[in-house]
Design a protein around this ligand. Structure first.
Ligand SMILES: Cc1cc2nc3c(=O)[nH]c(=O)nc-3n(C[C@H](O)[C@H](O)[C@H](O)COP(=O)(O)OP(=O)(O)OC[C@H]3O[C@@H](n4cnc5c(N)ncnc54)[C@H](O)[C@@H]3O)c2cc1C
Length: 308
């Protein structure tokens, strides 16, 4: 029986692990890996205390911090995925992993983050990994010297576009709204590049090709006219969906399946369960916020445990 089970190894899960160790809570951190979503990023420029760090280096730093402080208090179950979280009549929590392991705890922190939203238009499934990809830093070099598109005008879309500009002949970013969502600094950096083109208020409608992608059809939402871009790569940055399947039915989720939390404490609708980071209904999803919210949750659950 653990005092605390942390689900997830991104900035939220690791921050919770570090604080749990310092508070000497008997803790198990279960995660597929340490690092989280931004592990694929070329350069993170707003992780406070480091002007620039790659996602891979951030993951190593998070792991090193955990290893330095975990002592006998925090155990790691890496390479594991939680399949279900349930509560017994005595109020204890049981976690089952996909590999068939069972663990129990007095409290749980859900910090399972989010995953990429897939593009849901004809051709997106057929051409996945045949021109359609979800990771610019992983697959960008495969498209050296080619014309490519990025779907999505948020920070992740622009970050991908900036990475791709280093290899591709041209990058066309398609955004469905008339206004961009990304930070002005990132947008300006991309706009300044001669091989960058931005198409606003446009809805992708079909990916075309034979064996591999050869084009992307989209509708100009201002005129309702359809156009076709001749490109061989499509990098999708259409947002993320929270990784909360395994807690459906236990804790309250909002309509898009974020865990509903109390903003002051990270408490969920179930006493004994806290949540932090991108899996929650926190309005802003960023590395620093995920880590900070997890710290807040551990402070709160520590006091809760002491009062039991
Ligand atoms: C390409 C990219 C670039 C980004 N760049 C920046 C940036 O520059 N600055 C910034 O502040 N933010 C950036 N972000 C956003 C940032 O990565 C997230 O806000 C942050 O990672 C959220 O942390 P988290 O710990 O809540 O979740 P995540 O990082 O998503 O981590 C979730 C963890 O839970 C694990 N997990 C998921 N499901 C299960 C399960 N069922 N069982 C066990 N483990 C599970 C995952 O494997 C992972 O370890 C970027 C995101 C992306 C995708």
């Amino acid at each position: 029986m653990y005092d605390l089970i942390i689900i997830g190894g991104g900035p939220a899960g690791v921050a919770a692990g570090v604080y749990a160790a310092r508070k000497q809570l008997k803790t198990l951190l279960i995660a597929k890996e340490i690092g989280g979503q931004s592990i694929v990023s070329d350069g993170i420029e707003n992780w406070i205390g480091t002007p620039k760090i790659s996602g891979a280096d951030l993951a190593s730093a998070l792991r090193a911090h955990l290893d330095a402080v975990k002592g006998d208090f925090v155990e790691l179950a890496l390479g594991e995925q939680v399949a279900a979280l349930t509560q017994d009549p005595g109020g204890r929590f049981a976690v089952q992993t996909k590999s068939g392991k069972d663990f129990t705890a007095r409290t749980v922190l859900i910090s399972s983050g989010a995953s990429r939203r897939k593009l849901a238009i004809p051709g997106a499934g057929t051409f996945e990994n045949k021109g359609v990809t979800y990771c610019a830093s992983c697959d960008g070099p495969l498209f050296a010297g080619q014309d490519v598109a990025v779907v999505g005008g948020g920070n992740a879309g622009f970050e991908s576009a900036l990475q791709l500009l280093a290899y591709a002949k041209s990058v066309t970013l398609i955004h469905r709204h008339a206004e961009l969502k990304a930070d002005a600094v990132t947008v300006e950096k991309a706009r300044a590049h001669p091989n960058m083109r931005i198409i606003l208020h446009a809805e992708p409608i079909e990916i075309i090709g034979e064996q591999f992608v050869s084009g992307l059809r989209y509708t100009d939402k201002s005129t309702n006219e359809s156009h076709e871009l001749s490109i061989s790569g499509i990098f999708v940055e259409a947002g993320v969906i929270p990784n909360t399947d395994f807690i459906e039915g236990l804790v309250e989720l909002d309509p898009v399946k974020h865990v509903v939390t109390d903003a002051r404490t990270g408490r969920t609708s179930v006493e004994g369960v806290w949540a932090a980071g991108d899996c929650t209904d926190e309005l802003y999803h960023q590395n620093n916020i995920a880590a900070g919210d997890a710290v807040k949750a551990v402070e709160d659950l520590y006091l809760w445990i002491k009062k039991q």
